[in-house]
Design a protein around this ligand. Sequence first.
Ligand code: ADP
Ligand code: MG
Length: 295
Amino acid sequence: MDSQSIVTLVARKGGVGKTLLLYEFSNFLANFENLYTGILKEYFTKKPLVLKNSKILLIDMDEQKNISQYFDHYEEEEEEGTVLGIFLPEAKDPELIPVAKNIDLIPGDSRMATVGDTIATHNDKNFKILKWYRNHAESLNLSAYDYIFFDFNSGTGTAQQNSMIVANFILTLMEPDKSSFTGKVQLEERIDNIRQTLTDPMDDSVSYVTAELITLANKIENNTDLSKQLKAFAEESEDILGWMPKRQQLPNDVLRGKSMFDTEVMQERLKKQSDREFYKHVVNLFTKLKNKMDE
Ligand SMILES: Nc1ncnc2c1ncn2[C@@H]1O[C@H](COP(=O)(O)OP(=O)(O)O)[C@@H](O)[C@H]1O
Ligand SMILES: [Mg+2]
């Protein structure tokens, strides 16, 4: 792949697992070739379209700065060089900070909570990210990244609409709860609505939002009816790419600053049969997702 995938993570509500998934998926992509040819070799049953360790840029749009925290880059106060610079000319330009091998981060900023209001009256309020990208593509060598991810809190405000305009993919998660199906429909309607609103003023039939929606199910357990229902739906419906199990190890690892694709973590875990099955499942789900983004 010489092209680049730009992905924005969207959900109707917080807590569905976007940031955790992004953390693990970034670690997976950044080390993909090593994993595929090395320690996880026998776990892959799907062939990748592109075999290489990818370069990732994470852009933390969430004012709670979770993905920045996960990569141990959290500053309570002095916030300079953050994502805010994409939206406000008076803020300092965003910095691309290397946080792991092949992973760079534009840190989050608590002031993102109000940026939508601040730029509400700007003519170009929906095009801030696109403009930033175009203006800095060369100086920041943005085309060197194979994947750029925008991590959001929830909702579909101005900042998120901005990201939809530059994105090739909108990635969303469903979790097994009573409102997951109505939530899915509501989100799809909201995205359609944005597609119809953000159109070329000279031609309403041309939308600036061309991104494809990808849905995953997350936090699937073995023993609940809601999980079984959602899993069955994920397996038979074209609408859902796949499902991710619920696994308490994942949040525990993140708290220690470890990914499930950390070499030491894998060496320890792969001794156990149940963990080997878990790895096999995740590796193939993530390969499917990667292939989709590499098409
Ligand atoms: N597959 C999973 N298994 C176990 N815990 C999960 C899983 N996915 C997410 N979590 C946990 O659920 C909580 C919410 O996830 P998070 O990624 O912060 O959601 P979001 O970014 O969508 O708000 C976190 O504590 C996270 O560690
Ligand atoms: Mg999050």
